[in-house]
Design a protein around this ligand. Sequence first.
Ligand code: PHE
Length: 347
Amino acid sequence: MAEEKSVQVEMQAIRQSALDALSRAVDEASLQQWRIAHLGKSAPVMQIFTRIGQFAPEDRPKVGAAANQVKNALEQAYSSRETEIKQASLQQSLEQERLDVTLPGRKPVQGRLHIQTQTMREVYRVFAEMGFQVYRTRDVETDEYNFELLNIPAYHPARDMWDTYYTTKPGVLLRTHTSPGQVHVMRERAPEPIRVILPGMCYRYEQVDARHEIQFTQIEVLAVGRNITFGDLKGTLDNFARRMFGQNVHTRLRPSYFPFTEPSAELDVECFVCGGKGCGVCKGSGWLEILGCGMVHPVVLQNGGYDPREFSGFAAGMGPERISMLRHKIDDIRYFWGNDVRFLEQF
Ligand code: PHE
């Protein structure tokens, strides 16, 4: 027969050592380990219950009651320790993870539109106010549209004005200017009147330097109708220059030559850097060249499906990179399509 007295002593020891161990449990993990060791199936106090049959029948209720007491005491100690630990870990996270609202934030890197997208959108806006639609045509063109239909036959010396990238397919090339778009629109719209601008990338087989790039954008302007005169061309371009560069800017037209316009001219605007006095940007002349223009050549009107005896039109072609360079005093055209974000981020 097991001794009731000695098991009472044993239970006090079990209780004491469990409570000692509990005070060393400092976090959730060690607390769970403690619960398995001291209240789980094989915990010492639970073993007492399996041994009850070994005691004298009159001692069994005493042993059972005492074991229950120890078990209850341990359960209670466990739950109050659990509350303590949870409280402590909450306190700790409140203190350590405190938000310092005075710390300056990190600015997210902001994307932006390419400088040419900005300049071109400004040009679209100005022409939209004058009733011009944006019309796009393709970058890969045929010799026919890029040259022939624009009154530049194969033998024509004016072909020297455009150094061309040809593809391996005969007659297919990268457009050297946006002018082939003129014929595309005319053929689509004839005999309706036309008021469009044609923006896009152009390509030329150039020796690249500060003023020449193998790719650049152009914006073509085209108006076709029954009574369009050179006065309309001048008025439209003056209006554009004032809206784009300022109300008081002066302009002048200089005679020029293009095979697809007759007469042809170039538009200069008064240098908006020095106001016409002469400076480094305008090379002392007081004027900046902005675009080429003229009255649409009768041959081109005919190629577009308009009878030149009834219809007339004007056309112009500008280089938006040039506008950006003049405005921002950019001295090298290679920056535009070189994809250096240090340059692009400035605009
Ligand atoms: N296409 C001409 C060029 O690239 C510019 C131009 C367009 C001139 C329309 C007159 C009329 O130089």
